[in-house]
Ligand binder design. Structure first.
Ligand SMILES: Nc1ncnc2c1ncn2[C@@H]1O[C@H](COP(=O)(O)OP(=O)(O)O)[C@@H](O)[C@H]1O
Ligand SMILES: [Mg+2]
Length: 523
């Protein structure tokens, strides 16, 4: 009898929690013991989990079941890891129904469940279902019960066995019949329309378009400088349409981040289009790079494998921009917490936009700039730190005259440019196959390019002259080399030539930003 008494766990329901973008197993153990009616959750519940007993109780009663008139203890094992979110509502409710004999225990032996419960028993979507589906799918015998609102993302895991009942009552009926209904498979849209504008829609702006192409081809950071209305935002939005399509695995990686952040859009489902994120400059540092408690991916992670566009870049607080140092250098973000750290991927192409001066009218042919030269200098000097090192391409964008906007000329579309970008990227993959810098010139160390790639004599000469004449800093020197290498790759040329260097020199940053850096005197 002693052993029977010691075996207090009356029901165990399989569930899962997410850390970073990976899921791990959680067992939801429910025990109903003699004692005053009481309901407690243990196993490091935090935030929304603490409130689950209220939702679970109401959902059980409102689904026509009865609550145990006993002491109910719920343990989330492993108990030493903090659990947050509302996804445990459903397994807790199932556990209570099994522990009280309202659902036979053998009906839940091969199921796992995640989902939030509404007070009326409806099953609501939660964050991070994709990683959970991946985890549970490894067990061929398990069926994962997901909220109907998450079924589409769970179905992206090819071999997942799923059920997606609308409510707790419906789930209980299916379990008692021992027949979980398989949800309809939502057809995979293999090529959703690109959400950005096509490059063809941009009139004129040939220099900026060329810079976009180079940025896409070599994964270079790009800064567009120009007055309001010049078309900077429109140009930046074209960027994802120039980048190679995501592979299936990359698409799953992107979806996992978006799923964990709870911002997964239905049309994102296996879309080969790279993400485009454009946070406003009032965003918090945690919003941009990710925050703790509970940890959540920030914009830099939502832009993973896509584009992060910082419009009005100088309006972002300095400390917020500086927080991007780690993701820019490492391609991921680590958020430290008491109970271990969380890591989110964050490899993105950076595109920034800013006005040329405080009043925004410098360089506008139709209006006069009222800023003093010193103010303009100071304004531009505000952009420094880790970001500048990642911005290889600087372009001035002037508004296209209205007369030209009405013209109907033949323009190249994004797909044509993308084809060239893909070829240039293939050259880089070949070159960097075994190197760690993610197969792109924009990430390659300048020194390595200088010593290990063929550079024509004339090109070295030109670079040395330019370095002397315009006072190119060491960093500036390497920037030019990286960009020139990408231009050569777009030309299918293994050798970096003088013409490539000459074009790359045009994308140097404005002089003010070079001042604080040491000067290189020769190649
Ligand atoms: N070169 C262009 N070709 C076509 N439309 C343009 C062009 N430049 C500006 N526009 C139009 O003007 C609008 C404002 O441009 P926008 O990209 O928001 O400018 P900015 O970001 O520089 O302030 C765009 O939505 C677009 O409709
Ligand atoms: Mg804009």
């Amino acid at each position: 009898m002693r052993t029977a008494y010691a075996r207090r766990v009356l029901a165990t329901i399989r569930s899962a929690a997410v850390i970073g973008i990976d899921a791990y197993d959680v067992s939801v153990e429910v025990d109903c013991a003699q004692g005053l009616p009481w309901f407690s959750v243990v196993g490091l519940p935090a935030g929304a989990v603490k409130e689950s007993r209220e939702r679970v109780s109401a959902a059980i009663v409102n689904s026509g079941f009865s609550l145990p008139a006993r002491r109910t203890t719920v343990n989330l094992a492993p108990a030493d890891r903090k659990k947050d979110g509302t996804g445990f509502d459903l397994p807790i409710a199932l556990g209570v129904l099994v522990a009280t004999g309202q659902i036979p225990a053998d009906c839940v032996r091969h199921v796992a469940a995640v989902g939030e419960l509404a007070l009326d028993g409806a099953i609501r979507p939660v964050r991070g279902v994709l990683p959970v589906a991946r985890l549970i799918a490894r067990d061929r015998t398990a069926t994962l019960i997901v909220p109907p609102g998450n079924v589409r993302e769970a179905q992206l895991v090819g071999d997942a066995r799923l059920a997606a009942p609308e409510s707790l009552g419906e789930l209980a009926r299916q379990l008692r019949r021992r027949r979980l209904e398989v949800p309809d498979v939502v057809p995979k849209t293999d090529m959703v329309p690109l959400d950005g504008p096509d490059l063809r829609e941009v009139i004129g702006q040939e220099a900026a378009k060329r810079a976009l192409e180079i940025a896409a081809a070599g994964d270079h950071g790009l800064l567009l400088v120009g007055p309001p209305g010049a078309g900077k935002t429109m140009l930046a939005r074209c960027m994802p349409t120039l980048l190679p399509a995501l592979t299936q695995n990359e698409a799953l990686e992107v979806i996992a981040v978006h799923s964990v952040a709870g911002v997964l859009l239905p049309e994102r489902a296996l879309s080969p289009v790279r993400p485009f994120r454009a946070p406003h400059h009032t965003i918090s540092t945690a919003g941009l790079v990710g925050g703790s408690s509970p940890p959540r991916p920030g914009e830099v992670s939502l832009a993973h494998l896509g584009v992060l566009f910082l419009d009005e870049m100088l309006e972002f607080p300095r400390h917020t921009l500086d927080a991007m140092r780690q993701p820019l250098e490492d391609g991921h973000v680590v958020i430290a917490r008491a109970a271990g750290s969380v890591r989110y991927p964050a490899r993105f192409t950076l595109v920034g936009a800013m006005n040329p001066c405080p009043c925004g009218r410098a360089g506008d042919p139709t209006q006069r700039c009222t800023c003093a030269a010193a103010d303009v200098q100071r304004y531009r000097a505000r952009l420094s730190g880790p970001l500048v090192d990642r911005i290889d391409l600087n372009v001035t964008v002037k508004a296209v005259p209205v007369r030209q906007l009405a013209a109907r000329d033949e323009r190249e579309c994004s797909a044509d440019v993308r084809a060239r970008v893909e070829r240039a990227r293939a050259h880089q993959r070949e070159r960097y196959g075994t190197y760690p810098w993610s197969h792109a010139n924009g990430r390659a160390p300048g020194r390595w390019l200088q010593t290990s790639t063929p550079i024509e004599g004339d090109a070295r000469e030109l670079l040395a002259t330019a370095a002397e004449r315009v006072g190119l800093s060491a960093r500036g020197f390497h920037r030019v080399l990286r960009v020139a290498r990408t231009i050569a790759d777009l030309d299918d040329d293994e050798v970096t030539r003088a013409s490539h260097i000459a074009e790359a020199l045009r994308y140097r940053p404005v002089a003010a930003r070079e001042v604080e850096e040491p000067t290189v005197q020769s190649a």
